[in-house]
Design a protein around this ligand. Sequence first.
Ligand code: HEM
Length: 167
Amino acid sequence: MQKEKSELSMDLEQLYQFDGENDPKILVSVCGHIFDVSENKRLYGPGKGYAFTAGHDITFMLAKMSLSEKDLNRVHFQLSDQEKDVLVSWILSYLSKYPVVGKVKGLEDLCEEEWTRGQEKFAKRETPNLPFSSQKIGKEQPTDSTQTDSGEKAKKPWFSWLGGFLK
Ligand code: HEM
């Protein structure tokens, strides 16, 4: 099992601050466990494809394969068995790439079962069963071809419109 390194403890509102803009540290949480994704600025840095997830709990978004902001920070939800399996794959993927640095207060029971399953797969060095997501940081990232000069906030990936079909 992966040990949580520095054991940060914060509530969801405090997590919002770690979006790479207010603080250079970029954090996301899955099942209330906080990953430090700061090293992967090409995905999560300000203006990058997945910046909209930075500083948020992304559990529900991952389980649903959604790119909708309304699916961030969801703390009350039910998942089908298939969605739970998808979530476990994502947990395995994040565990394989990023350090776990703490927990979000109040989200302890969000999806402990899936978290444990993800940890077990990680311990067995299984490979995540996801359509994309490389294990290495430093590969090409999706860009937003419709990007305008106006927005200073993160743009979604160019394929975000697909999210609706994948739900
Ligand atoms: C046509 C659809 C999609 C394509 C082509 C695509 C492509 C990619 C690529 C190339 C990466 C970078 C992988 C890496 O180098 O590690 C990535 C990362 C990611 N994608 Fe997508 N994506 C798609 C749809 C989605 C959807 C629907 C979701 C919803 C959950 C999603 C969530 C993510 C997340 C969370 C990451 C960051 C993963 C990490 O930090 O390891 N993507 N995607």
